[in-house]
Write a protein that binds this ligand. Sequence first.
Ligand SMILES: [Zn+2]
Length: 236
Amino acid sequence: MIAFWAAMAGLFGLAIGSFLNVVIYRVPAGLSIVHPPSACPKCGHEIRNRHNVPVLAWLVLRGRCYDCKAPISARYPAVEAVTGLLFAAVTARLLHDDRAWLIPAYLYLVALGVVAAMIAIDGERLPNSIVSSSYAAVYALLIVDAAIDHAWWGLGRAAIATVGLAVLGLLVAKERLSPDARELAQIVAAPLAFLSWWLPAYAAALAVVGGLAVRRLPAATCIAAAAIVATCLPVP
Ligand SMILES: [Zn+2]
């Protein structure tokens, strides 16, 4: 049964990944995410529905626009595939831990992580609209789980992690981390701490090691990637 729901979550993740590509490209540029429909940047032809199928369409078209044959970056299917795999992995993990109601918050964490990592790689700041809506979404989803699973102490840990990182960020990381990277850390730490203190601890260690190992990687990318990896790590 876990395998079935993980596969369903994986398919859902492919579709969400396709939407995340739009968010990554349009939100930092101040464009609407619903209008106009996606078009080829080279020839301007609207992307047909049958060519919007995640990953598969890119493979069938061999990475080229159907109309003008201009190359389409492999990062689009990569974002879709990675989101799909992560959605499946996170769903399997939480079902295995018997925490089904925590799945929406964790899927949100993964989606936000993918968006934040790619926007930082593009050299942009995480837009305020994404930061503020993510605080609201993550805490709303965690409150729902706390109420259903009677996990109020988990919610307490999440709040302590967010506030703690905010204070820590102001005290020690103000010079090194941009405000959007610090806010990202405060948001992604909440669902991790909700489950266990181990997960934000893993994520913090991974982010520091990743940042030291690959110096060119933006801080927000390290934080996002570390938080995503932590969602799949075991709690002792
Ligand atoms: Zn084209």
